[in-house]
Design a protein around this ligand. Sequence first.
Ligand code: UD1
Length: 418
Amino acid sequence: MDKYVIDGGGRLCGSVRLQSAKNSVLPLFAASVLTQERVVIRDAPHISDVACMAQILKELGARVVFRDGDAVIDSADACSHELSSVLTGELRSSVFMLGSLLSRFGRALIAYPGGCDIGLRPIDLHLNALKRLGVSISERDGFIFCEGERLRGAEIELDFPSVGATENILLAAVKAEGRTVISGAAKEPEIVDLQNFLNAMGAKVAGAGTDVIEAEGVRTLHGVVYRPMKDRIEAGTYLIAGAACGGEVETVGVPPENLRLLLHKLRENGCKIHTKNDKIRLESSGRLQCNRRIETMPFPGFPTDLQAQAAALNASCEGSALIVENLFETRFKYVPELQKMGADIVVNGRTALVRGVRTLHGACVTAGDLRGGAALVIAALAAEGVSEVLDLTHTDRGYSGFSEKLKGLGARIRRVRT
Ligand code: UD1
């Protein structure tokens, strides 16, 4: 297992080339089996979650090759509707395959999905919505079996704007008979990207980005060459790293409105933020104030996927910050590791009180999940002395070229094989 060795305390300066959004590309891979024609996803990020999704498609009989950074998916020969627990257990996004396999084959058998250990993550909203489309579902021995030879459009009201459920419903609805209306839908930009992708394949979806999405079923979808949106969470991670270390960091490709609340919080910290079109430039003196309160919310609220990184930043700001995690129950697992670096953080259920210390110090810490791992890297970059961040399997799931990109900003970080 690899580790990062980080010599902290230096400033970060420069521009970061962003990857395509992980949370967009994963549902797009699932959507690619909705057609028998070739699908090309441009600039598919070199991350293990995408590799895992490619394996899932291959298990169904599709051909997936990565060529010049693009993923070329040909599912004409896909013939299986069954997914074993080996792959689905590794990746939460395997749940999207329910919607797309139902659309393609009228049936799906998948093992319960896995993913980051950040809470319960039930899939009741997905399953209830699929039932509304006429799918019959049985669950046995850790497997979910869905059957729906003729999916029919329906009015679906989501109790909570679940990103995954909204995407799964769309995947099942685009080829269903008639009209589907999802109310209380998630409004994340990645859902707009999925809508654009599906429409480029010939689907009739409208309303993504608002809380009512409508899909008029079509009989067939065709192949597409598509460039996904850039990764707003990756952009946010580098901006927060720049804030924590001091310096100037620029990201290109993510419109500021996709990170509106993060930028507001970074200004509150004392950073200067300049935006122009899809460019965001952050200037930080490295001596910042804590945010008073950060509360994670569905989009356009503060993203839960940037909560850990924001806590790492606040750990060495002046004052104290209250961080409230509303989406996932156990998303403070990185805290004991930050404490090894001298952070003063007290967790109480869904809240964490961060009291800023003057400086963090280097330590040997272990990444336990994807964003928690990124937070540890940020803390190590800002800390005085040398740190080791162990177990990179988590950060590899979501950040392509993490250490190279940070090196490009001037960070002293090495990836070491252990
Ligand atoms: C997606 C993102 C993830 C992000 C999350 C919230 C992808 C691949 N992953 O995950 O990075 O952290 O959105 O922005 O896009 N819930 C239920 N029942 C369900 C589904 C969800 O109770 O059937 C609950 C979850 O337990 C959680 C909340 O709803 O508390 C949000 O989950 P959801 O929006 O579905 O997140 P994911 O799609 O899993």
